[in-house]
Design a protein around this ligand. Structure first.
Ligand code: FBP
Length: 343
């Protein structure tokens, strides 16, 4: 039974597919598999449940607001940024599957403590994406990317993190919205699991997600329009039907990349964070925001570019590097490629 065939197993009155069961079924498709990748995905699901509990009760517990310090990006860390970061590190550092980690909230690579054994994978993550939205109860998310270790030593190095996104062996995100969902891919399609708060289990709710070829939603922060280069302005006029060359897309922008991306993945659309005069490389980070979502997007039939390049082909040079991004429905990304390259 192939992994795609096993997708036929949906939650029915009599059969419930938990994420653990699904991970094991997918692993069976790889007879040589060590189980390490499955272990990483299972531990991430646990970390997601723990973060969901904190986010859900954020207004009641003293976890809202600033943590009073800045991260390497120069952004003020929110208390929940720090909590989510520590939760993921503690859930992942002792399983013997990772050689090192990288996080939006840590300046350098996070080593595996000497008292724990290491493993053949690297985990890169944004513990709480869209954190500026936490205090106003707008959906936020966690984004993760898994790569195979390349370097010789047991304890990993920057070389292991700085691999093109096309080398990812798994990627995904968790959205803490009206429900908590975990969406991931190991290169065998994209599958979504919804957390049943009573059972405390992620259950298969969105098997084999495919994103529509043509999108209806446009997600971009137009308040930067005056700082965009002319080709970007022309592109955004095109998407909004202002040059009469197509129907206008419906503009939806939450300001949490995971929330905007998730809507567009399911309903069809384009998320863009172009470069602008103030941010010549854009804002979003290549390794733990753009690469994992680009991987999911392509696995669901969509596309992701920075303008001239496929995002997953970009050779990273630093842990926190930024990139412009246009990702979503394939036909809409194609328009961006044509107009930005021809621009
Ligand atoms: P972090 O919270 O992880 O730094 O995420 C960056 C982010 O909040 C994205 O989620 C979102 O798409 C973008 O920045 C919003 O930026 P802007 O306010 O400039 O539109």
């Amino acid at each position: 039974m192939t992994a795609r065939a096993s997708i036929a197993v949906r939650n029915t009155a009599t059969s419930v597919v938990t994420i653990d069961r699904f991970i094991i079924e997918q692993e069976r498709e790889h007879p040589g598999a060590s189980g390490a990748l499955s272990g990483i995905l299972t531990d991430l699901a646990l970390a997601a449940k723990m973060i969901a509990n904190k986010v859900r009760a954020a207004g009641l517990a003293d976890v809202l607001g600033s943590a009073g310090q800045e991260n390497v990006q120069g952004e003020v860390q929110q208390k929940l940024d720090v909590i989510a970061n520590e939760t993921i590190i503690k859930a992942m550092d002792h399983g013997g599957r990772l050689c090192c980690m990288g996080s939006e909230e840590a300046d350098d690579l996070i080593p595996i403590p000497d008292r724990f054994t290491t493993g053949p994978y690297v985990l890169l993550f944004d513990p709480l994406d869209g954190s500026s939205n936490i205090d106003v109860n707008v959906p936020v998310g966690t984004i993760f990317s898994v790569l195979r270790k390349r370097s010789a030593g047991a304890r990993g190095s920057l070389e292991d993190a700085l691999q093109p996104g096309a080398q990812q062996v798994a990627a995904g995100y968790v959205i803490y919205g009206s429900s908590t969902m975990l969406v991931y891919s190991t290169g065998q399609g994209v599958h979504g699991f919804t957390l049943d708060p009573l059972l405390g289990e992620f259950l298969l709710s969105h098997p084999d997600i495919r994103t529509p070829e043509h999108g209806k939603f446009l997600s971009v922060n137009t308040s930067y329009e005056r700082h965009w280069a002319e080709p970007v302005r022309a592109l955004m006029r095109r998407y909004r039907g202002l040059d009469g060359k197509r129907e206008a897309m419906n503009v939806r922008y939450v300001g949490s990349m995971v929330a905007d991306f998730h809507r567009n993945l399911l309903a069809g659309g384009l998320f863009a964070y172009p470069a602008n005069a103030k941010a010549p490389k854009g804002k979003l980070r290549l390794l733990y925001e753009c690469n994992p979502l680009a991987f999911i997007c392509e696995q669901a039939g969509g596309a992701a570019i920075d303008g001239p390049h496929r995002v997953l082909d970009i050779q990273p040079t630093s842990l926190h590097q930024r990139t412009p991004i246009y990702l979503g429905s394939r036909a809409d990304v194609e328009i961006a490629r044509e107009m930005l390259v021809a621009g």
